[in-house]
Design a protein around this ligand. Structure first.
Ligand SMILES: [Zn+2]
Length: 392
């Protein structure tokens, strides 16, 4: 499928520059970016919906054009980027720089390049005589656990018209990705009771109970590895468990009162997430916490969910899969190991979703992040073809 390199339009490059100039790092405000995009789209006649977070400093934007009917396509991307601290960049990360047919800047690949293509095509979407609507979605805080998109999908669920499908433009080099793993991550806070270390029986050792929990998670991971389910299209080919941080105790001669454990599992999309979570909670509720409470009942474990991202498993026979394959000329679909918002659209919104966007995930999150100009050109071509299919 290799052919002559394509060039993006001037408008796409301009939008890359505008979007990248907003340092919309996850967890920081993205309103300036959202306001700019909203004003531009409203001017063109798009219907917009803004779904704000509680702090009123971040928002998702949903902008629709075309007839107000069921069906149509959501084209979605996140507006946040990862930080640049500690990274050595050859050029200013928030100023677009084009060198050797590559467009550099934080978010160029992940995923403001895709958003720029959408905005460059906003006139064309509007001017097409669409049979069904096109919805543009701009979300926040994807990079820190898909925190923004659930409220957007909920809002979409409450709209009178239901979109037929969604394409999330994460960098896949315009390949059609129909499956990715899910992820659940949380912090388990262990509260014990302190005392002198010479009398361990008088206290409740939070570090020791937390350690038992870590070992339990490790056993769950081993069980998944050895007994499956397995899917050899994923590396590793099973659901995984992992503990990343454990912190507790103050000094050796004190029974530690507090300890926390940051853990996650990444499940195959067809593995039962609820059952995996239930195993963890059952263990805490029926084994560990009762043991901690043998003497005192003001001790225990609290789970603070960090992120809860469903996996993606869209069938090859879904309309969205067939459409995106036809538009890209792909004859296969793929699976990736990174999570995206596609799982949320699919699971929470019941909207069949695939991932397909410009750029290579290899370049994401790194210093000197870039997107090849050819990839932007290909994405524009894809959007032009999409218009052709959705127009009367
Ligand atoms: Zn991304």
């Amino acid at each position: 499928m290799t052919s002559a390199a394509l060039s993006p339009s001037k408008s796409t490059i301009e939008w890359c520059a505008k979007l990248i100039a907003h340092p919309s790092v996850s967890m920081t405000p993205n309103m300036a970016l959202i306001d700019e995009v909203k004003a531009f789209l409203e001017e063109l006649g798009y219907e917009t919906l803004v779904v704000r977070d509680e702090s009123n400093t971040k928002a998702n934007l949903y902008a629709s054009i075309g007839p107000a009917v069921d069906g149509g396509v959501i084209l979605s991307g996140h507006s946040d980027v990862v930080p640049t601290e500690g990274q050595n960049w050859a050029s200013d990360p928030y100023t677009v720089d084009i060198r050797d047919d590559k467009l550099y800047g934080r978010g160029s690949c992940d995923m403001k390049g895709f958003l720029a293509c959408l905005l460059a095509k906003a006139h064309a979407f509007k001017n097409a005589d669409l049979r069904v609507p096109i919805h543009l979605a701009f979300t926040y805080d994807e990079e820190v656990g898909c925190l923004g998109v659930p409220s957007l999908v909920e809002a979409i669920n409450n709209l009178p018209n239901k979109p037929a499908m969604c394409i999330v433009g994460e960098p896949t080099e315009m390949k059609v990705i129909t499956q990715h793993k899910g992820k659940y991550s949380a912090r388990a806070h262990f509260t014990g009771r302190s005392g002198h270390s010479s009398l361990p029986g008088e206290g409740v050792n939070a570090v020791e109970f937390a350690s038992e929990f870590v070992v339990f998670l490790r056993k769950l991971g081993r069980k998944c590895r050895d007994h499956g389910p397995h899917d050899n299209d994923f590396v590793p080919n099973h659901t995984t468990f992992h503990t990343g941080v454990i912190k507790g105790g103050t000094q050796l001669n004190i029974i530690p009162q507090n300890c926390f454990v940051d853990f996650e599992f990444r499940n195959l999309p067809n593995d039962d997430r609820d059952a995996l979570k239930a195993q963890i909670f059952d263990y805490l509720d029926t084994t560990l916490i009762p043991e901690m409470r043998e003497t005192y009942d003001d001790v225990g474990v609290e789970i603070e969910v960090i992120s809860d991202m469903p996996g993606l498993a869209t069938g090859d026979d879904e309309e969205v899969t067939k459409l995106v394959m036809a538009l890209t000329g792909a004859n296969t679909t793929g699976k990736v190991s990174f999570g995206t918002e596609a799982g949320v659209f699919s699971a929470l919104g019941d909207i069949p979703t695939v991932v397909c966007g410009p750029g290579n995930i290899e370049q994401a999150h790194k210093p000197d992040e870039f997107i090849e100009m050819d990839q932007l050109g290909r994405c524009e071509l894809f959007l032009d073809k999409l218009i052709g299919v959705l127009a009367k």
